[in-house]
Design a protein around this ligand. Structure first.
Ligand SMILES: C[S@@+](CC[C@H](N)C(=O)[O-])C[C@H]1O[C@@H](n2cnc3c(N)ncnc32)[C@H](O)[C@@H]1O
Ligand SMILES: [Zn+2]
Length: 354
């Protein structure tokens, strides 16, 4: 099979040429370079010493992590022997840039973790589809004050397209809402928090975002029953009323106060999606990061899709800047959101919109 070298930061990653597919001997997606750029930025701030790229494919992520100052060891694992060959070739090709010790293995992820019993400061789970099969073992070998990076590409199960799939896989009830991306990521966060809670590990999301067809979340891990209980207090329900368009947040499922509609979504995470201190240190220049820096100031777990409001209220479309200015003039917080090009995040309620 023909291969090409792809530029990833200062590194060059060899990967099979051709249409991106899980069938290729080393999976590499150039559209996810931003995701890896951001990962490198975040890990340069967090400085975990011992890292694991659990599902490494070509090594594109793990190899880039070896270039971060202060990182001591990077383990790269994949069950596919052809992928492992590529990881080794890529390590060799980039050896001048590699600062950390590299350890490569060819095992099933869960087997690797339980057999070696090494505790890590950072574990990355970047699967095809759902991360569910890898969570329990990864969380078990995550140190107190360690970090976990998780990707999910099965967003259709999380955003309300297939509510039954969401209940089966993520144990939460979901309906389609205009802010479906945010409900999806919050259901996923809740699920991962519950996984951690089983072994008294409090997994607090410190950076979350949605792009293309994937969700990505970084968690900080702190052990202890008390810490876990406090975290669970920030999970609950969101009720979106399709008649009056109002949204409520609550500890237990509730109906719309006005229309009595019964459509509670959850459980899901209702706390912050971003850690302020970490966010302030991220230097990567990208539209998503800029938007997140703005919207993180508004602690409301949903946003308004403007075309939905306009259709329902028979209102005229205004420029976003104008809408944000008007809401701020009235004393509300408002900004755009990285989740949608057509939406506003604000603490104003439906009745406050004119
Ligand atoms: C989406 S790719 C990883 C992409 C990579 N992290 C990157 O940024 O380029 C998923 C990889 O997981 C591997 N994989 C799937 N199931 C696995 C398992 N149970 N144990 C180990 N590796 C597995 C596949 O062989 C594939 O290479
Ligand atoms: Zn209502």
């Amino acid at each position: 099979m023909k291969s090409v070298f792809n530029k990833e930061g200062l590194f060059e990653i060899k990967a099979p040429e051709g249409k991106i597919s899980s069938k290729l001997p080393g999976f590499y997606n150039p559209r996810k370079t931003f995701d890896r750029d951001l990962c490198i930025d975040i890990l340069s701030i967090l400085k975990p010493k011992k890292c694991l790229d659990l599902l490494s494919a070509t090594g594109s992520r793990g190899i880039r992590i070896t270039g971060i100052k202060g990182i001591e060891e990077v383990y790269m694992n994949d069950k596919n022997p052809k992928a492992v060959e590529l990881i080794k070739e890529n390590i060799n090709h980039n050896k001048k840039l590699i600062k950390a010790k590299t350890i490569v293995s060819n095992e099933y992820a869960q087997e690797f973790l339980y057999k070696n019993r090494i505790m890590f400061d950072y574990i990355d789970i970047d699967p095809f589809g759902t991360p569910i099969p890898f969570l329990e073992s990864a969380i078990t070998f995550l140190k107190n004050r360690g970090y976990l990076g998780v990707t999910a590409t099965d967003s259709s199960a999380l955003v309300g397209t297939y509510p039954k799939a969401c209940m089966r896989k993520y144990h939460s009830k979901v309906y389609r809402t205009p802010y479906y991306k945010e409900t999806g990521i919050r259901i996923l966060i809740n699920y991962i928090i519950m996984k951690g809670a089983e072994s008294e590990k409090a997994l607090t999301p410190v950076f979350s975002y949605s792009k293309d067809d994937y969700f990505r979340i970084y968690f900080k891990c702190e052990t202890g029953a008390g810490k876990t209980d406090s975290l669970l207090k920030k999970t609950g329900y969101l009720t979106y009323c399709p008649s009056c368009l109002e949204t409520y947040t609550s500890e237990n499922p509730m109906n719309c106060e006005k229309c009595r509609t019964n459509s509670a979504i959850g459980r899901l995470w209702l706390g912050d999606l971003w850690d302020k201190e970490l966010l302030s240190k991220i230097s990567l220049k990208h539209k998503i990061v800029e938007r997140i820096k703005e919207e993180s100031r508004i602690q409301v777990p949903y946003y308004y899709e403007i075309p939905v409001l306009i259709k329902n209220k028979k209102a005229k479309q205004m420029k976003f800047e104008e809408q944000i200015r008007l809401l701020r003039e009235k004393g509300f917080k408002a900004s755009r959101t990285h989740f949608s090009e057509q939406a506003l995040r604000t603490n104003a309620k439906i009745k406050d919109f004119k």
